[in-house]
Design a protein around this ligand. Sequence first.
Ligand code: NOJ
Length: 580
Amino acid sequence: MTRIDSTPAPSTEAVTVHAASATEGSWWRDAVIYQVYPRSFADANGDGVGDLPGITAHLDHLVELGVDALWLSPFYRSPQKDAGYDVADYRDVDPLFGTLADFDALLEAAHARGVRVVVDLVPNHTSDQHAWFQAALAAGEGSPERARYLFREGRGAGGEEPPNNWQSIFGGPAWTRTTRPGGTPGQWYLHLFDSSQPDLDWSNPEVRTEFEDVLRFWLDRGVDGFRVDVAHGMVKADGLPDWDGHVAMVDGTEADGTDAVNGSGNSGPMFDQDGVHEIYRAWRRILDSYDGDRAMVAEAWVEPLSRLARYVRPDEMHQAFNFSFLVAGWDAARLRGVVESSFKANDAVGAPATWVLSNHDVVRHASRLGLAEPENRPNGLFATDPQPDAALGLRRARAASLLMLGLPGSSYVYQGEELGLPEHTSLDDAVRQDPAFFRTRGAEAGRDGCRVPMPWEAGAPAYGFSPDGAAWLPQPSSYAAHAVDVERTTPGSTFDLYRTALATRKAEHLGTGDLAWLDVFADDPHVVALRNRDVVVLANLGGAPVALPTGAEILVASGELTDDADAVAVPSDTTVWYRA
Ligand code: NOJ
C-alpha cells in the first residue's frame, strides 16, 4: 500500500501549476455546463423525439444536480440529416422540438431557476434545404448566390474529378457534383461533413453579416451564449490545396497534451486557419455590446493546446472545449500532462481551462474507460466489437468525473453521464441514423450509441422518456438501473456522487481555485494527486491502494474506500476529495 504520511504543506509541494482567481469572475470561468441533447432528453408530446417542453418540464432535475448552465444542441429548423447540425433556418425552432414560444418559455423557466442557457451555432455549413443553398442551385454557376458556398469546377477534361482530394469527416469524398437544369453534370460543392451540409464561404462578407444577425436574434431573446460548431473549420486555405492527411473530428493519433505533439491530425488546409480569429473578434464585439455576461465556447479539435488557446484570447471566445483532456484515456502521466499544458496555455491568455469527458460525438466515458485500451476512441461500437467491461468502465468513469470536477475552471457534463449511462453497444443497424454509419458503408458504427434517450423512470415505458413509450432509438435494458427515479434516491448512486460533488465544488470554490501537484505523487505512474485550495483531489488509476493521512476528512469519494487496521485507503480506479 502506498502511504501518504502527511499531506505535504504547500511549501513542500511542487510548483503551483495554476493560481487561484483573485476574485470570483464571470459565471463562465468556473461554471458546470450541462449539455442537453434535445432529441434524447425528454419527449413531452409523445412522438418519440425529445422536445423543448420536455426540457422545461425536467429543469428541476438539473437544479437538483446543481449545474450552472445548459448548452442545448441544435433545435432549429432542419431536415435532421445530421441530427440538427444541418440547419435550414437559423431563426426558427423545428416543429419536431416545438416553437419559438416554447424556447422563450424554456429560457424563462431556466433563468427563473438561476440556470443560464447557451445555444448551439452551426456556422461552418448550412443544410442543403436552407434557402441560400436552394437559391444557389437554382441561380447557377458564377452567381452571387453560389458565392455564399464553395462551388468549384471539377478537375479533368470534363470536370468529372472533384476539385481537390479532400475527404468528408463522415467518410467518402468532401465534394458532390451538381446537375444543371438540362440534366448535364455541373459544378461541385464542398461539404466537410454530409453532402446535405454544404460549407459556407466565410470570405464572403454576406455570410459574415448574416451570422452576426443570427447572433443578435438569439441574444435579443436572452440567451447567455453560444457553443460554436466546427469553430476551427470555417476558413479554408486559399486555393483549397490538395491534402493527403485524414480529416477527423475524433482522430486516433496520440495526444499527450504537451506542446510538442500535434496529435489531432487537424492541421490540414481546412482547419485552424489564422483567418478564423477575425470572425470571433467581430462576434466578441457583438456579445460585449449586450448587457449581462454572454459567452462563447469553441468546438475546435485543435492541438497543441497553445494553438487552441488562440481561440480564447481576451478579444475572442471565452472558452474552448478541451478535447485533449477527453482523449487522455486513463493514464496518470497523460492526464497530468494535459492538465498542466491546459493551464500553461490558458493562463497565458487569461482564459479559464475547461474540461470534458463525454458529448454527443464520442463513446460515453462509462464505456470508453471500460475498453481494453481506454485511450482508444472508436467511432461507436458494434455488438460484434470487443465489448467494454461495464463495471470497470463505470467505476473509472465515476473516478474520472470526480477528478474533472475537482479541477479549477469550467466543466462540461453530457446528459446521462450524471447517471453513469453506458454507451448502447448493440443497436440494430436498421435503427442507426448517424450519417457516418452510412457514409463509411457501415465500417463505423457512428454516434447513435451515445445519443440514446434518457431513462427517467425505471418502471415506465421507454423508462419515462415519453408519455407512451415511444423512443427514436431503443434503450438498452441496462438503463433501468440507471433511471433518474432510482438514482435520485439511492445513496452512493452516480447521480448522488455528481450532486454531492457539485455542491462541494461550489461550497469550496474549487472552480476558481488553484492547482499544485502533491509532491509525493508528482511522477507516479498510477496516481494523480493535486491540491485545490485546501482540498486534496486524489485519483488512483490502477496502482496499489493509497493510504490517506491520519485524520483526513473525506468530502467525496467515487467508490468505497477501504478501511484497514490503521488507515483509510483509496483503492484502484477511485478518486477521493479530502481535507487533511
Ligand atoms: C460537430 C458536432 O458536434 C457534430 O455532432 C456534427 O456532426 C458536426 N460538428 C457537424 O456539424
